[in-house]
Design a binder for this molecule. Structure first.
Ligand SMILES: Nc1ncnc2c1ncn2[C@@H]1O[C@H](COP(=O)(O)OP(=O)(O)O)[C@@H](O)[C@H]1O
Ligand SMILES: [Mg+2]
Length: 319
C-alpha cells in the first residue's frame, strides 16, 4: 500500500539532550510529525518556521543522517533506517545545502564533483560526461561555465546552481533543499527557486523545500507546513495557509515576514536561547507564551490537530 507513496513520515519524534551538568534538558526537536508525498504527483512541500524550529532535523531524519526516537519514515515502501547508505536511496534522494561554498571543497575543481558522481553512477566512457551535460543544462549552466573553475571563481548563485545540477546527475525522485537560497544574493534567489519549480514541472522531481522565507515558499510550493518548536502547527495548501493563516503563530510569521538580512546567518549552533528552551520544554501549546489569543487551556494542554478549511491546525481555538 505504501508503495503508492513516495515518502511517508509517520508520527516522527526526535529527542535531543542539550546542555551539560545540572542544566541538561531534553527537547523534542521534532515532535510527532506526519506527512506524506505521493509517488505519481510531484510536489514542492515547504517546511517553514523560525530558526530552531526543527526544520533541518526533519531533513536529516529523512536523509537517514539522524534516526527517529519514535515513529517511522518509509521511502518507496522501504523503511529509511534500512536504506541508509544504500546505493539506490543515495541516488534517489539528494540533499541540497544552504551554503554552496561548503558543499564544494575550495581546492577542488567544480567539474571533478560532476565527473566523480557520473563515474560512480553510470557506465563510464572515458572523457564523455553526458549526464553532467544534461544536468548542467537543466539548471541553465554550460560545461564551459564550470570548466577548470574552482568554487571561488564562481558566484554564489552559479555555484548553488552547480550543486543542484550535481544532485540531478543521478536522476533523483526527491530533493531535500535546506535553506538553499538564504546565502544567495537577493537578486539571484528567484532564479534558483524558479529552477525548483521547473524541475518539479518538467522533470517530475518532488522537493522538500526548507526556508524561513515565506515569499519564495508562496511562489513555488504546493503545500506548506509551518513549524514551531518541533511541531507542525499548520499544514495545507500554500495559498490557503499564507493567504489566510489560521494558527496565531502562522499569522505572526506572516505579519513579521522576517526581511532576509544578509548580515545575519541563520544560526545552526546548538545552544538554546532562553525563549527557545522555554518554548521547547513548556507544557500546553508551545506558542502560548507569545500568543495574543492564548487562554488558560493553552497553557495546560497540548492542542490536537484540527481539520479546518482543508488544512490541519494545531490550536485550541479550532477545537
Ligand atoms: N545534534 C543535536 N544535538 C542536540 N540538539 C540539537 C542537535 N541538532 C539540532 N538540535 C536542536 O534542535 C532544535 C531544532 O534544530 P534544527 O532542526 O536545526 O532547527 P532549524 O533547522 O529549524 O533551525 C534546536 O534547538 C537545535 O539546537
Ligand atoms: Mg536549519
Amino acid at each position: 500500500m505504501n508503495s503508492e507513496k513516495l515518502l511517508v513520515v509517520d508520527n516522527v519524534t526526535k529527542v535531543f539532550t542539550k546542555g551539560q551538568g545540572f542544566v541538561k534538558s531534553k527537547i523534542e526537536a521534532v515532535s510527532r510529525v506526519s506527512f506524506a508525498l505521493e509517488r505519481n504527483r510531484p510536489e514542492i512541500f515547504t517546511l517553514a518556521g523560525e530558526s530552531g524550529s526543527g526544520k533541518s532535523t526533519v531533513a536529516k531524519l529523512i536523509l537517514g543522517f539522524e534516526i527517529p526516537t519514535t515513529g517511522s519514515i518509509v521511502y518507496k515502501g522501504n523503511p529509511v533506517g534500512g536504506l541508509k547508505g544504500k546505493r539506490e536511496f543515495i541516488k534517489d534522494v539528494q540533499p541540497i545545502f544552504q551554503n554552496p561554498f561548503e558543499t564544494f571543497n575550495p581546492l577542488k575543481k567544480v567539474q571533478s564533483y560532476f565527473h566523480d558522481t557520473e563515474r560512480n553512477f553510470s557506465k563510464f566512457s572515458p572523457g564523455k560526461y553526458p549526464l553532467t551535460e544534461r544536468a548542467l543544462e537543466l539548471v541553465g549552466l554550460t560545461a564551459s561555465e564550470i570548466k577548470d573553475k574552482y568554487p571561488s571563481e564562481m558566484s554564489g548563485g552559479q555555484l548553488q546552481r552547480a550543486s543542484i545540477a550535481r544532485a540531478l546527475i543521478t536522476n533523483p525522485s526527491l530533493l531535500i533543499a535546506d535553506e538553499p537560497v538564504s546565502m544567495i544574493d537577493a537578486s539571484l534567489r528567484m532564479s534558483v527557486v524558479n529552477l525548483f519549480k521547473r524541475l518539479k514541472d518538467e522533470q517530475k522531481v518532488s522537493i522538500i523545500y526548507i526556508t524561513h522565507d515565506l515569499a519564495t515558499a508562496y511562489y513555488i510550493s504546493d503545500r506548506i507546513a509551518i513549524m514551531l518548536r518541533g511541531q507542525f502547527v499548520e499544514v495545507g495548501a500554500v495559498k490557503k495557509v499564507l493567504d489566510e493563516p489560521l494558527h496565531p503563530y502562522s499569522q505572526l510569521l506572516k505579519a513579521s515576514v522576517p526581511a532576509p538580512d544578509p548580515e545575519t546567518r541563520w544560526s545552526e549552533d546548538i545552544t538554546l536561547s532562553d525563549l527557545e528552551t522555554r518554548e521547547y520544554t513548556r507544557k500546553g501549546c508551545k506558542f502560548a507564551g507569545r500568543c495574543p489569543k492564548a487562554f488558560d487551556l493553552c497553557r495546560e494542554q497540548e492542542p490536537e490537530h484540527h481539520a479546518v478549511d482543508d488544512r490541519l491546525v494545531k490550536c485550541h481555538l479550532y477545537a
